[in-house]
Write a protein of this length. Structure first.
Length: 420
């Protein structure tokens, strides 16, 4: 997600020889698909360890709770750097920054793949998170600036498609690859993909100047805008709840005796997430509040099923479907809600959402590790269920501002998704 101001002119459009002075507006799909692949790399690098924890733990000779902190430290790197990088890079050329961010992923994933030292792996993961902070500081704004004004929403949708693809295909594929060839091959495959992407960006993605000298978003003023704080609270707690279970899903399934089902569970979860994204995209203009409540209830139902009926594979896969249906559209819902509530301060509100999202992921990794060591993985569903109670309560409370029954007419335009 980006909070970069969109001050550059829209991309030029080609003249239509059949209509004289009229122009035909087209999306630069080749360039936008390169951005979508960059988003895919960013999202998958963050979540890939979730399906590989037992094998990584064994090779790095640390506990699975310690290995889970590879997700935590990545999220910390992103949370600490996204807002400062928005300001620091505002005057820089966009293409050079994008290439720098992607090169950072190539280096970090290569080091992760070859490292046998836990501390070195953690350093590599932190710098991967920093690269993600740089990427999120410019990706969505980059997509907008490549498209004519009328098609900027569609351009963002194309670019951000890398997120659900990473969720639905990337993590299950990485888990499958790790199971068959080893977790290191999964990370090396990310390096290969990133190197190919660098060539693609050089060849196909246009360059733009930065929008000018930036300044840090005005956080305190933004927090006083009605509706912003409830959305941010829901973001923090909902993402924390999700991450407690998701970051340790391989360990959780292994403890159930279903370790061989990790890939299929993640695949089912990802497919349901794609369906959720489509449903939310269709109904969000009229049903943002109801969809948010429904999402929390579906995730609650999923974890309740895991807590009570997780002794065989069938209920676990059903729970994965419910979880994916509940979670898949949450990034879109929360980004849209905070943008609507923020109004003129939407950029600052979005920057805060990205930061809190990653802080919540870091917190989920830490909390999950503590629970795993102190109580065991069977505590994860109950913890998620407990955390979802304040999420539902805040959404119900914020009916006037934050999660209104109907979105403001002026803001019912296509929006981008997900912080990562």
């Amino acid at each position: 997600m980006s909070t970069e101001p969109d001050t550059a002119p829209a991309a030029a459009v080609a003249p239509d020889p059949q209509s004289g002075d009229e122009v035909r507006e087209r999306l630069p799909l080749v360039a936008l698909l390169a951005l979508a692949t960059a988003v895919f790399v960013t999202s998958l690098t963050e979540t890939l360890p979730a399906g590989l924890l037992p094998a990584m733990s064994q090779d790095l000779r640390v506990s699975e709770s310690a290995t889970g902190q590879t997700v935590t430290v990545y999220a910390i790197g992103t949370a600490l750097t996204t807002i400062p990088l928005i300001a620091a890079t505002a005057g820089r050329r966009r293409k050079a920054l994008l290439l720098t961010a992607m090169a950072g992923f190539a280096v970090a994933n290569t080091v992760t793949a070859f490292s046998s030292v836990y501390e070195l792996t953690m350093v590599a993961r932190f710098f991967a998170g920093v690269a993600a902070g740089l990427a999120w500081a410019l990706l969505a704004g980059y997509a907008r600036r490549m498209a004519p004004a009328r098609l900027q929403g569609k351009a963002m949708a194309v670019a951000m498609a890398g997120i659900p693809v990473a969720l639905a295909v990337g993590v299950p594929a990485g888990t499958f690859l790790g199971d068959r060839l080893g977790w290191r091959v999964a990370f090396l495959s990310m390096t290969v993909l990133t190197l190919l992407l660098l060539v693609w960006i050089v060849a196909a993605v246009p360059d733009f100047p930065g929008p000018g000298r930036g300044e840090r978003p005005k956080m305190l003023r933004t927090l006083r805008v009605p509706g912003v704080t409830p959305v941010l609270v829901v973001t923090l707690v909902f993402v924390l709840a999700h991450t407690v279970l998701y970051a340790y899903i391989a360990t959780y399934l292994d403890d159930l005796g279903l370790g061989g089902s990790t890939g299929s569970v993640l695949l089912v979860f990802g497919a349901a997430s794609l369906a959720s994204i489509w449903i939310v995209g269709t109904l969000i203009n009229r049903r943002l509040r109801g969809l948010t409540i429904g999402s929390a209830l579906l995730v609650a139902l999923a974890v309740a099923l895991l807590a009570l009926l997780s002794d065989t594979a069938a209920p676990v896969h059903i729970a994965a479907v419910l979880w994916g249906l509940g979670w898949g559209g949450v990034p879109t819902l929360l980004q849209t809600a905070v943008g609507d509530a923020g109004g003129e301060s939407a950029d600052s509100a979005q920057a805060m959402l990205v930061t809190l999202w990653n802080l919540a992921m870091a917190g989920g990794g830490i909390a999950g590790g503590i629970l795993l060591d102190a109580v065991g993985s069977e505590s994860f569903p109950w913890t998620v269920l407990l955390l979802l109670l304040p999420v539902i309560a805040v959404v119900l409370y914020a009916r006037q501002a934050g999660f209104p029954s109907r979105r403001p007419v002026a803001t019912t335009q296509a929006t981008g998704v997900d912080p990562g």
